[in-house]
Design a protein around this ligand. Structure first.
Ligand code: HEC
Length: 149
């Protein structure tokens, strides 16, 4: 092996290690990345309503659209057969597909409602908070049933 070759291999290993040993292009790597973005986007919206971040109507509306788009993305990255390593998805994702998909659809419905709510002006926390809550409820319902931590 040439020196150049060795450093390429080494770099690839480092890149993998940086992502906790998960290949970012694998289905697992892709869905994890989407879930992380969903968390970040959802936290910004919740943060604006709870006063952690200054409320900005345009930013809120943009975030809602982004979250709605992301909410449709993770599901296709769950393969036919469960990976053995690095996944925190429980076996039930595969054994209870109908229920899993049902909550996935619930999340998509909730983010769709959030987009609608974020178009109503003037902005009111009393209008937006229940919509964000419904999204967060869908996240936690699924994690409770289908994620092992
Ligand atoms: C229909 C089920 C379902 C819904 C709805 C859902 N998740 Fe998850 N989520 C999972 C599963 C399953 C995993 C574990 C993925 C894995 O490791 O294979 C996961 C993992 C995650 C992770 C960890 C990613 C990582 O780096 O390991 C985050 C963060 C997350 N979800 C955020 C969210 C947020 C935020 C929402 C709502 C906006 C949400 N999820 C909605 C099923 C769901």
């Amino acid at each position: 092996m040439t020196l150049k070759r060795i450093s390429v291999v080494l770099l690839a290993c480092l890149a993998l290690a940086a992502c906790g040993g998960v290949d970012p292009n694998s289905p697992l790597g892709q869905r994890k990345a989407i879930f992380k973005q969903m968390l970040k986007t959802g936290e910004d919206l919740g943060g604006m309503l709870r006063g952690r971040i200054p409320f900005d109507g345009q930013r809120f509306a943009d975030g809602a659209v982004k979250l709605d788009a992301l909410a449709h993305e993770p599901w296709k990255h769950f393969p036919q057969v469960r990976e053995q390593d690095h996944t925190s998805a429980t076996d039930d994702v595969w054994k209870k597909q109908a229920r899993f998909q049902e909550i996935a659809r619930e999340l998509e419905a909730a983010t769709g409602q959030l987009v609608i709510a974020s178009k109503i002006q003037p902005y009111k926390v009393s209008n937006l908070a229940p919509a964000v809550q419904r999204v967060e409820d869908a996240c936690s319902a699924c994690h409770k049933e289908f994620r092992d931590h």
